[in-house]
Design a binder for this molecule. Structure first.
Ligand SMILES: Cc1cc2nc3c(=O)[nH]c(=O)nc-3n(C[C@H](O)[C@H](O)[C@H](O)COP(=O)(O)O)c2cc1C
Length: 340
């Protein structure tokens, strides 16, 4: 008998309902993942990476899937169209990085990816989708779990999630994240939790629900009533890494915590700035701060009276200055808040 998902993917153990940070290329890079981990993200997946880029050692590609032990459990996500090449890339990742699991992308809607018959276009070619999963399973050592992420279908007339999930499970995929939108929907409209639930109820492997998992009632339903075994949070975590802590607290107590206050935000901002600086991209860019300003500013979203902090971010030329300016601003803002 094969070992259960609970032992190979222990975050699905009895009574656990893991909160995943969704992979979001260009956003959930190593520094942002660190920040989300700090605020309670429980499982993470790297930004997707093209298997051919890895195999051909395209400069910078391996850096996009770097991770640290602190981020574990973490899966590296790959996409591609050729079963054999996907297997080779998986093997290389295994040899070099030893992630906690390998994840297959069958959900990317981008024209560039679907034209190459990868990502979401594989939902229109289920035999190939299954062949990719089987080839990667074969290429990985038996102890390394394989997972996948799909959408519910290409369009509303072809909701193939159930069939895709069956084939993937048969091919050895051990957990499946389902984004409850079609390719045609892109990122708009609500995600269809009904389709995800049907698949989760049919399958033995854990299904993780994804798609606008952000309102408290949906989160409660997923954790307490649905057949889903985890939730994956995407855009709601951007500029909002503390969402994980708030969701976990809500699931544990039923109480909705407010977002963190000023001093915790500033600490988070400075932590993130340091992480960015030490990241592969930060090492390339040296002292220049321009590239990280929008990322840092995203953490100030919804924070009242943050105009001066934004100005400090614009003014700082070096990390030292950034640190000084933000701390001075935080002290001033805290004093104003105390006086109020
Ligand atoms: C900017 C951006 C980049 C994304 N990159 C990836 C990716 O690399 N791999 C992947 O499987 N999904 C990717 N996605 C999809 C998300 O993981 C997620 O499925 C989608 O955003 C729906 O979840 P949400 O409604 O919580 O945002 C991306 C989404 C966005 C917005």
């Amino acid at each position: 008998m094969s070992p259960s998902a609970d032992s190979r993917l222990p975050w699905f153990g009895e009574d656990l309902f893991p909160l995943y940070l969704a992979p979001m290329a260009g956003f959930t890079d190593l520094p942002y993942r660190h920040l989300c981990k700090r605020f309670g993200a429980e499982v993470m997946v790297s930004e997707f990476v093209m298997c051919e880029g890895l195999l051909r050692e395209v400069p910078g590609v391996w850096e996009t899937i770097e991770f640290t032990d602190y981020q574990r459990p973490l899966g590296v996500q790959i996409f591609g169209a050729e079963p054999r090449r996907m297997g080779e890339a998986a093997r290389l990742i295994e040899d070099r990085l030893r992630p906690d699991f390998l994840d297959l992308n069958f959900g990317c809607p981008s024209e560039k990816v679907t034209r190459a018959e990868a990502g979401c276009s594989l939902l229109k070619n289920l035999p190939r989708l299954a062949a990719i999963a089987a080839a990667v399973r074969e290429a990985l050592p038996p102890e390394r779990p394989l997972t996948a992420k799909i959408r519910i279908g290409w369009d509303a007339e072809s909701l193939v999630a159930g069939e895709a999930a069956r084939l993937l499970e048969e091919a050895g995929v051990e957990a499946l994240a389902i984004h409850g939108r079609t390719r045609v929907q892109g990122y708009k409209g609500d995600a269809d939790m009904g389709v995800i639930e049907e698949v989760a109820a049919e399958r033995t492997i854990p299904v993780v629900a994804n798609g606008s998992v952000e309102d408290w009632e949906r989160i409660r339903w997923l954790a307490e009533e649905s057949s889903c075994r985890g939730a994956m949070i995407g855009r709601a975590a951007l500029g909002n890494p503390w969402i994980f802590r708030r969701i976990r607290h809500f699931l544990d107590t039923g109480e909705v915590l407010p977002p963190p206050g000023l001093s915790e935000r500033v600490d988070a901002l400075l932590f993130y700035a340091r992480e960015l600086r030490e990241s592969p991209l930060g090492r390339q860019r040296g002292e220049s701060l321009g590239w990280m300003r929008p990322k840092l500013k995203s953490l100030l979203k919804d924070l009242p009276h943050s105009r001066r902090a934004r100005a400090a971010l614009d003014r700082a030329e070096t990390f030292r200055e950034l640190d000084d300016l933000l701390r001075t601003w935080a002290e001033g803002a805290a004093a104003t808040a105390d006086a109020a």
